[in-house]
Structures are given as C-alpha cells and as structure tokens.
Design a protein around this ligand. Structure first.
Ligand SMILES: [Zn+2]
Ligand SMILES: [Zn+2]
Length: 440
C-alpha cells in the first residue's frame, strides 16, 4: 500500500460558508508551542514549525475536552489496499479509547496509529456482517501478543434467536481459534487471550450499554438485512459521537442522533456504479443500494433532518470515478458540513471547532509503546486451558513421534542464545532440554 495522499480537509468540507470556513481555519491552526506563548512572533519563520494539515500518529496530545475520531475502515466487504471495511476509533481527552466496528482489514490500520494495545480493549459491534467484525480475530490474537494483557471487551447486539446474537458469534470465534490458543497457553503471557462478551438487547431504544469514567454509550435499533443490527451514540463531556454501522434510514436514528457533534452514517455507492463497477445486476443494485443500505440521496435527507455539526459518509469505494456521483447525490438533499470518509481521515472535535485532516502513517510500524509489560509464561495456563476446553492435557504435549523429530544439531547454537541472555540480563535462563534433564 502506498502512503495515503495528503489531502486538504477543505475539499471534503464543502458546504460551509466561506466566512465560517475562514473562521474555522483561525481556530484550527496548530501553532508550535513557542509561537503560542509569543503571539507576536512572525508566523513564517525559518526556524519554527509551520501549522500543518496532516495528523502524525503518536505526535499530538489530546486536550482534556477534545475528542479525536479516526477512520480505520471506510470501504466495503471486499477489502483492498486502499480501504479496509468499517472501523472507527474514538479517542477522548480523558484517555479512553473505543473502537466502533472492526471490519475486515481494519486491524492493520489500528496498528499504524501506534497506540498501546491495552488501550484498544473495547470494541462495539453494530452488526455481525463480516465487513463490520471481520478483523476481530486479529485484534483478539494479535492484540494479546502485542501487549493487551487483559481480556478483549466486546459489546454487540442480541439477535432474534440466540444463534444470531453476538455471544454465539464470539463463542464460535474462540472455537475457531482453539488450536491457536492451545499452542500459546503456557508459552506466553496468556492474560490477553480471553474475551469478555457483553451482549445487549438489539430492540432496546437508546439504552445505556456502557457507563464508565464519564462516558455513556447507547444503542438503538437499525434496519439492515434481518433483525439484530444497531446504531450507537457516545456521549462524553458535552460532546456526542453517533455511528450508524449499517442501516436503512430509520425513525430511531432521526430521534437518537439528535445533537450529534460528529455523525457517521453509512452511505452506499451510487446505484448506477453498483451495476457498472461492482457488476451487480440492476434488480440487486436497486435492492442493496436503496433498501438494505442508505443511498446517497437518503443520506442527505437524514443529515438535513438531524443537522449534525459534521456529517460523515462512509461505506463506498472512494475512487476518482465514484466519489463525484456520491457527492452530487448527497448534495441534492443536504448542504451542511460533510466529510466523505476514507481510511485515515481524522476529525478533532471540540465544542468550538471540528478539524478534518488526513493521517500520515508509517507502513512498517513495530509494536506500539508497551502499556503493561508482559509477564513470563505460566505453565499452569496449559493445564487450565485443557480443563476449560475439555481436552486431555496430553493433547497439548508433543506426541512421541513429533518429539522424536527434534534435530539436536542446533542445540549448541541455541544454548548460546540462552547464555547470551543470561549474561546480558544478569539472570540465569536454563536451556529447556537441560532443565528437563535436571528435573529427571
Ligand atoms: Zn451490513
Ligand atoms: Zn457493511
């Protein structure tokens, strides 16, 4: 994937009056610290950093009253290098972070934001389509390996029957990873390889499903495919974020999205492009593009009704030959502030201002700064895992055949690494085979 283009936010916020736009610019400029304290210094200087229109992860503090939203997936079920599927990260000035939907391909977007994984432990899933929770496994396994040494907390709706609910889906995911987990228990800090599932009633209207640390997250029903999908609102510090996940325009959204500062709603690719670009047949394009999802014209109607401070459209392939159609169709029914989302778009939201920028990310990110340090492996985890899963403990040991295949030719070389570590860290690490011989 190429590093995303640096885009000037103004392109995506058309509809603001020029005066308002200019007024916003004054508020949004990020001045270097030195210039902030010495206002009379010239704005252009050969030695001071200039205000910038890009967001570099892990380089800006959030103000105590500020919310930052980052698009980590804005596309469709078919992920591609330029766009992952649905995922939005919300970061708050109190330090809390929330993930809304975790669509296929979004985990690598999250990783490039250089956030310690133990802060990425709360995921809210609007519905159980793959493009809204397809990267959950990567966050579950990869997140635990990378430093989330506590259970992954997941919130998601019930379904019309238990088999169609979030708890069932997550149980299935854990089952799918049985071998993966069995192979890690006892070998690595195992605290993160657990999930906490909070399934809530999909029919509840504006019910609080999360209330911690001054943050309230509510859910309300959405209309999409079959019963089960929901939309979310997050309120904190007099700021309101609303996320539709997927839905046909509905009465609950109009009611409970009111007073949103930033409102993210799905907006599907224009129907003609579903036929010409996605090769849908016309009947399918019309059903999917207008009845299962929200067409751009309908997206505009919702925004004209709810009037958020910033409307964000996502869930379409945003290409040179599709974006104009989406924009034109939205503008038939809405003329307020608008962002046509793409991956790595960033919104900084305060009561006075909403600043829209693109993030510039490092493609080859290493592990983000560690949150809580990893502990040593605990052999007891293996036994416990066998017990929990109802498999014989021997099944988690190598069989005689496999154990007999170890090549002794590397042992001296490997022993050297243990010696090296022992000397470097001033602690004795005993080579496993030697330990075994000692124990006998
Ligand atoms: Zn969906
Ligand atoms: Zn979707």
């Amino acid at each position: 994937m190429k590093t995303p283009k640096i885009l000037v936010a103004a392109v995506f916020t058309s509809g603001l009056a020029a005066g308002l736009y200019l007024a916003n610019q004054e508020v949004t400029m990020i001045l270097p610290v030195a210039a902030q304290s010495e206002k009379d210094k010239p704005e252009v200087s050969p030695v001071l950093a200039r205000p910038r229109d890009t967001y570099y992860p892990n380089s800006e503090d959030l103000a105590p009253d500020e919310m930052r939203v980052i698009a980590c997936g804005t596309g469709m079920p078919t992920t591609r290098a330029s766009q992952a599927a649905a995922c939005f990260l919300v970061e708050l000035g109190n330090g809390d972070k929330f993930i809304f939907d975790i669509g296929s391909g979004s985990a690598e977007r999250l990783s490039s934001l250089q956030i310690p994984y133990d802060y990425l432990d709360k995921i809210f899933i609007g519905h159980l389509h793959g493009d809204h929770f397809g990267a959950l496994g990567e966050m579950f396994i990869g997140g635990a390996i990378m430093g989330r040494h506590k259970p992954l907390r997941i919130w998601g709706p019930s379904g019309p029957v238990p088999e169609l609910g979030t708890a069932h889906a997550i149980k299935g995911m854990e089952q799918m990873y049985t071998w993966d987990l069995a192979g890690r228990a006892g070998m690595i800090d195992f605290r993160g390889f657990k999930v906490e599932v909070n399934e809530f009633n999909y029919k509840a209207e504006n019910a609080a499903i999360y209330e911690e640390n001054g943050v309230t997250i509510r859910s309300f029903p959405a209309i999409h495919a079959i019963d089960g999908p929901v939309s979310f609102s997050l309120e904190w510090n007099d700021l309101k974020f609303v996320f539709s996940s997927d839905s046909y325009p509905n009465k609950w959204f109009l009611e409970y999205a009111k007073d949103a500062d930033i409102l993210i709603h799905e907006c599907f690719i224009a129907a003609p492009d579903l036929v010409t670009k996605l090769k849908f047949n016309p009947e399918t394009a019309l059903i999917v593009g207008t009845q299962i999802h929200t067409a751009p014209e309908a997206f505009g109607k919702i925004m004209s009704e709810v009037k958020p401070r910033m409307a964000v459209a996502y869930h379409f392939f945003k290409d040179f030959d599709t974006t104009a159609a989406v924009n034109d169709r939205i503008r038939k029914t809405y003329n307020g502030p608008l962002s046509l989302a793409e991956d790595f778009m960033v919104w900084n939201v305060t009561k006075d201002d909403i600043k829209v920028r693109m993030a510039v990310v490092e493609e080859a990110t290493w592990a983000p700064p560690a949150g809580t340090p990893a502990g040593p492996p605990n052999p007891a985890d293996k036994e416990q895992f066998a017990k929990d899963k109802g498999v014989p403990a021997e099944a988690l040991q190598y069989s005689e055949l496999i154990a007999g295949g170890f090549w002794g030719g590397v042992e001296d070389a490997l022993r050297g690494i243990y010696k090296e570590a022992s000397e470097a860290l001033g602690q004795e690490f005993v080579y496993p085979a030697d330990q075994k011989a000692k124990d006998k």
